[in-house]
Design a protein around this ligand. Structure first.
Ligand code: NI
Length: 176
């Protein structure tokens, strides 16, 4: 079990474009294991490799009885490497997002509601899924990390940005 330090907004590595994974080896397996341990320890819905200081195109996510998102339907645990996203249609929806690299804060962000994503898992097996709602939101949030983008950069009106404990009831549940 290795829970790694999560980099916070302001650290230069979080602004870099991460490199594609080329070797599917034990080092990659160790990275995914550490990401998983870290995400679980912090009750995150997802984590991108740059958040633990590794600038590679690897994200993981899962929503299963997550105390931070009690109202959401489950998303299966996924290791997604070298992802490609294709929005299906132009429809977007607003939802309140948080991020382990931006602790204590929440912001309202528009994301595509319907999305196809492709990539491979840690054993280079292909993944090809069409998803909606919160699943689509999580994938867009995590893949943004690989391009050096944190969700505050996506907030249209910075009045919709604040501390989670203060916002409380002002935040409507995320669309599901
Ligand atoms: Ni994040």
């Amino acid at each position: 079990m290795a829970v790694r330090r999560v980099l916070k907004m302001g650290e230069p590595l979080l602004r870099q474009v991460a490199a594609p994974v080329e070797r599917f080896d034990v080092e990659l397996e160790a990275l995914v294991r550490d990401m998983n341990d870290t995400m679980r320890a912090l009750n995150g819905a997802g984590l991108a490799a740059p958040q633990i200081g590794v600038s590679l195109r690897v994200v993981i996510f899962e929503v299963a009885d997550n105390p931070r998102y009690p109202h959401l339907s489950p998303v299966p645990f996924t290791v997604l490497i070298n992802p490609e996203l294709t929005p299906l249609g132009t429809e977007q929806a607003e939802g309140w997002e948080g991020c382990l690299s931006v602790p204590g804060l929440r912001g309202l962000v528009s994301r595509y509601t319907h999305l196809r994503y492709r990539g491979v898992d840690a054993h280079a097996r292909p993944i090809d899924r069409t998803v909606r709602g919160f699943h689509a939101r999580v994938v867009q949030h995590e893949v943004d990390h690989l391009d050096g983008i944190l969700y505050p950069q996506r907030i249209a009106d910075l009045r919709d940005f604040g501390f989670e404990d203060v916002l409380g009831a002002q935040m409507s549940p995320m669309p599901d």
